[in-house]
Write a protein that binds this ligand. Structure first.
Ligand SMILES: [Zn+2]
Length: 195
């Protein structure tokens, strides 16, 4: 028997993430990425989700607005990717669906790898003005086995065309090491259609 139709759903962050909450502002892109990579590593080591984290920062000041980590397995929600978590939490915090609304400072999304097909789609909807990633190649799929979906061949040019500045290659080696260690750990790669 199925339970009754749900009327709402909820996503949450792991409790250890509270330790990351007292950061105020991170001036450089390297500092912002280091912070995100540290959260990504912690997330899989704590078994609270996959090896991905994302932060929404005020682009100019580097003030942290929201931090998300991957929560697919613990929340039984395939769309609970780090980017979706961070963008949604930032929108909740600022009480707006548009992080690029007039009167707001420019917002930046910092992620420890390039967005998957779903998160690529979420970015233009979110209102962020810039995206910073550690790396952008398909080698993550070969290493980890995650299926990132049909990535648009000109995905970064498409974002730029919409006024979203893309910066690639920030702390690539540190970010890559997290995926190497995740693959070595033998933890679950949560692709769908495995039944
Ligand atoms: Zn994604």
């Amino acid at each position: 028997m199925l339970p009754p139709l749900p009327s709402h759903f909820e996503l949450n962050l792991p409790t250890w993430l509270g330790e990351f909450a007292n950061v105020t502002a991170l001036a450089s892109l390297e500092e912002r990425m280091r912070f995100v990579v540290r959260a990504a590593r912690r997330n899989f080591e704590e078994d609270t989700g996959g090896p991905f984290a994302a932060g929404v920062f005020e682009e100019g000041s580097g003030r942290l607005v929201a931090l998300g980590v991957n929560r697919v397995v613990p929340t039984n929600c395939s769309s609970a990717h780090a980017e979706v978590m961070a963008l949604s939490l930032a929108q909740r915090r600022l009480a707006t669906f548009d992080l690029g609304a007039s009167g707001l400072p420019a917002h930046q999304l910092v992620v420890n790898w390039r967005p998957c097909a779903m998160c690529f789609g979420a970015i233009p909807w979110s209102g962020i003005r810039s995206l910073v990633i550690a790396g952008g190649g398909p080698e993550i799929e070969e290493l980890t086995g995650f299926d990132e979906g049909p990535i648009h061949p000109n995905w970064s040019a498409e974002l730029e065309r919409r006024g979203i500045v893309v910066t690639d290659g920030i702390l690539r080696d540190e970010a890559w090491q997290v995926f190497v260690d995740f693959a070595k750990s033998g933890r679950l790669v949560y692709n769908a259609r495995k039944g």
